[in-house]
Design a binder for this molecule. Structure first.
Ligand SMILES: C[S@@+](CC[C@H](N)C(=O)[O-])C[C@H]1O[C@@H](n2cnc3c(N)ncnc32)[C@H](O)[C@@H]1O
Length: 236
């Protein structure tokens, strides 16, 4: 077992889990199929990591529906690597970039990508995605995937989640910052997100694909596919 840095955990039994996180012990293999191979997590990461089956499904949908001239993808909020690893595993991209501002979380992502055999296929960028994304200006081969923080778990208390109040970055901030770099933008948002607010960003006469991703029979989240994604091609 490699040495685990402070603030990072490789918990291998239920009693190592802090009480407020114990439900995740029972979900660990749904989140990471290779959990026992030494996955690294921070405490916060348990709340935000995309479970592997969902990350794989999203990666497949993006791979199949993105315009063919798009050869690179940026995961703007890489976290501990759930999505970045799946995007790299899809084999669809010449380049996968993963941006994460928290250094410990980024260490976890790199380590977890090693477990999945794709660490060297991902270009890791430490820092703020709203700054780092500017390096992609003018490159029109890039798709952006973003799974931002949702402002804690309280979003689930509302029937319809108001995306203007999402913290720390609301829908408008995310949409404007990322679509100035790439029209093709996939946002991973709470399952109860207000679809009317999302629809306002769709140009007149165009359609927007929204997909719910479920695990154990319940929707976990949705993805909005802004830009020229072709889901006729991607239909299963
Ligand atoms: C919901 S988590 C992403 C989870 C990720 N999809 C995964 O599967 O592990 C959001 C992540 O965004 C990071 N983050 C928040 N603001 C950021 C910013 N401005 N730039 C880069 N990363 C940021 C947080 O540290 C956190 O790790």
């Amino acid at each position: 077992m490699s040495e685990v840095p402070e603030g990072i955990h490789q918990w291998l039994s239920v009693d190592q889990f802090p009480p407020h996180l114990q439900k995740y012990w029972f979900q660990r293999y749904k989140i990471w199929d290779k959990y026992d191979q030494g996955i690294w997590m921070t405490e916060d990461a348990w709340f935000g990591v995309t479970p592997e089956p969902i990350a794989n499904k999203i990666a497949t949908h993006i791979a199949e529906s993105a315009p063919k001239d798009k050869t690179a993808i940026v995961d703007a909020f890489a976290g501990v690597g759930g999505n970045a690893i799946a995007l790299a595993l899809s084999g669809r991209w010449e380049r996968v970039f993963a941006i994460e501002k928290d250094p410990k979380t980024l260490m976890c992502a790199k380590h977890n990508a090693e477990i999945y055999g794709v660490a060297s296929k991902i270009v890791w960028i430490a820092g703020d995605c709203f700054e780092a994304i500017n390096r992609f200006t003018g490159q029109n081969n890039t798709v952006i995937f973003a799974s931002p923080p949702w402002g804690g778990t309280s979003y689930g208390e509302d029937d319809v989640f108001d995306l203007t109040k999402m913290e720390p970055y609301n829908l408008d901030a995310l949409y404007k910052s990322f679509t100035k770099i790439s029209k093709e933008l996939v946002l991973y948002l709470p399952r109860n997100s207000d679809l009317n607010q999302i629809a306002k960003y769709v140009p007149e006469g165009q359609k927007l694909e929204v997909a719910h991703y479920a695990i154990i029979g319940a929707s976990k989240a949705l993805c909005t596919y802004f830009g020229n994604f072709d889901f006729e091609l991607a239909e299963e």
